[in-house]
Ligand binder design. Sequence first.
Ligand SMILES: [Mg+2]
Length: 258
Amino acid sequence: MIRAVLFDLSGVLYIGGQLIPGAVKAIEHLYEANVPLRFITNTTRRSRIMVYNDLRDIGFHIELESIYTPVQAVNNYLKKNNLVPHLLVHPNIQYEFKDCKEQSPNAVVIGDAAEYFNYNVLNEAFRLLMKGAPLIAMGYNRYFKEPGGMSLDLGPFVTALEYAAQIKATIIGKPSADFFHQVCSDFDVDKEHIIMFGDDYASDTLGAIEAGLQGGLVKTGKYRKGDENRLAGSGAVIVSNITEAADWCLSNYQPKAH
Ligand SMILES: [Mg+2]
């Protein structure tokens, strides 16, 4: 039984800018049945507003407030720990850190900077880490699916810095339990009655299960044959695609009794 649902975006609803067939209808059916939904992405190449507009452009009617990227969680973390970030992030999301001053940084925040990663920016971050600055990463995903094929995600760059500086990054995006719990706090239900569906068996499915939620895997996006074997014994719900995920949710949904 479930009372609320979290969906990953990339690889579940779309790949690059291309809609996954049936996705718009699947989400509409869930909204019509009043299933509480939130969308939780580790995408840090696009700002939250951009993600919202991208979703509208391909036919979804999803509210901005239902979309969670790691940026808000990172800003909360920085504030709570009195940290001034050196940003190694994509230019698209720089303005989302507008409350942070760039002088005398005492932490490194790394997002998926895509083509903006190069030796100089990585080395600048490395030098701060060697002076003792903590490394805060907006995800740890290995790769994701784009229309042209699989692409390097943030994890390999985080790992390079961890290896060089002999430190461990603090991960703020999925699979961080804190991130799942922040999003779940929107619902007034126990987290064991919330399911998270994604195409990343590690960050989405296992991450959710380890955070006390239920986990689901769709076989679209970055899914590769055999990923479901890595979930053996975890109790994960395995479905072909978003349409099947929505059907599973509708069959297992029970609104909270008032
Ligand atoms: Mg994904």
